[in-house]
Design a protein around this ligand. Structure first.
Ligand SMILES: [Zn+2]
Ligand SMILES: [Zn+2]
Length: 306
């Protein structure tokens, strides 16, 4: 580096330092994990597997919330059927502070919580619901969801694959389409860009290799990756061929992620756990094994700083 270059570098560093320092220490944003189980919930209707006898606690269906802790403004990602209990902490503030709901797709664990915004329940006024084109069309043209639209309980905003939406000066949301059983809607995950950190949320996907993107590359680009871990291994599905079941099994993900560095593994939070998944139980050998490898298992109440 020449003297002149060095001086320019030095001056720029001094000028820019307060900007970077300010950005790094002043994030009031976090992602709060409100639920971690698969659509069917826990307890689970018709469940007779002995795996769950020792689990007393109810666990909520997968959902996360972006919160600006300075002014309480919040955005929900997926409206689960457990939404009453999940948003109970907001109390009366819900009408003022819930600024929008981003939906991933039209499977029961991901959007049916919207029913509680209707006239039988909260009777909200024009809550912003962000949905992809098919998802929007599905809600607008099928009861009871269409009534939420006609009574203006919700206001649906169309979003598009890979189009970035600035929800405030510090946060950008990007829907990312993924392959997944698509009877009523397409399916997206979300990239959530905070002031300092970025998160990837993919609660449902068929298989990593069916996606046009490389999950390993995507993990490298973010700080947190909350990803589909519906089933752990073949035992849960009566030893059916894993390739026939449209989810990345945890054992398949572990094999795929084995070559990546431990610091990359630390970014991963397994979520959307079926009621049969041994990762629900912290005392299981599978849970201990996954954590020993450097991964995280998502838990209700976790707060990830952005
Ligand atoms: Zn699901
Ligand atoms: Zn699904």
């Amino acid at each position: 580096m020449t003297d002149l270059n060095f001086r320019t570098y030095l001056i720029l560093s001094i000028l820019l330092f307060p900007f970077f320092a300010f950005n790094q220490v002043n994030s009031n944003y976090s992602l709060k994990i409100l639920g971690v189980v698969q659509d069917g919930g826990l307890p689970h209707l018709g469940n007779n597997k002995t795996c769950c006898e020792n689990i007393q606690q109810k666990k909520f269906v997968t959902s996360i919330m972006l919160i600006n802790n300075e002014n309480n403004e919040s955005y929900l990602f997926d409206a689960s059927p457990d939404i009453n209990e999940q948003l109970n902490f907001m109390g009366d503030r819900i009408k003022k502070d819930l600024k929008g709901i981003f939906l991933t797709h039209a499977h029961i664990g991901h959007y049916t919580g919207l029913m509680y915004f209707g006239r039988e329940a909260l009777n909200s006024k024009l809550v912003n619901v962000y949905a992809m084109p098919r998802m929007k069309n599905f809600l607008e043209n099928n009861g009871p969801w269409s009534q939420l639209v006609s009574l203006q309980n919700i206001s649906i905003k169309e979003i598009n694959n890979n189009s970035k939406l600035s929800i405030d000066p510090n946060v950008i949301i990007e829907p990312v389409e993924v392959p997944h059983r698509a009877e009523f809607s397409e399916t997206v995950g979300y990239k959530i860009y905070g002031p300092n950190k970025t998160a990837l949320f993919i609660p449902d996907i068929d298989k990593w290799y069916l996606w046009e993107k490389s999950i390993i590359d995507e993990i490298k680009k973010v700080d947190y990756a909350l990803i589909d871990a519906t089933f752990y291994d073949a035992k849960e599905v009566n030893y059916r061929d894993l390739s026939e079941i449209p989810h990345p099994f945890v054992v398949e993900s572990l094999e795929l992620f084995e070559p990546i560095k431990e610091e990359e593994k630390n970014k991963i939070f397994f979520i959307h756990l079926n009621h049969t998944n041994p990762l629900i139980n912290k005392n299981s050998d599978e849970y201990k094994y996954v954590v020993s490898k450097g991964y995280n298992v998502a838990e209700e109440g976790m707060d990830l700083k952005l």
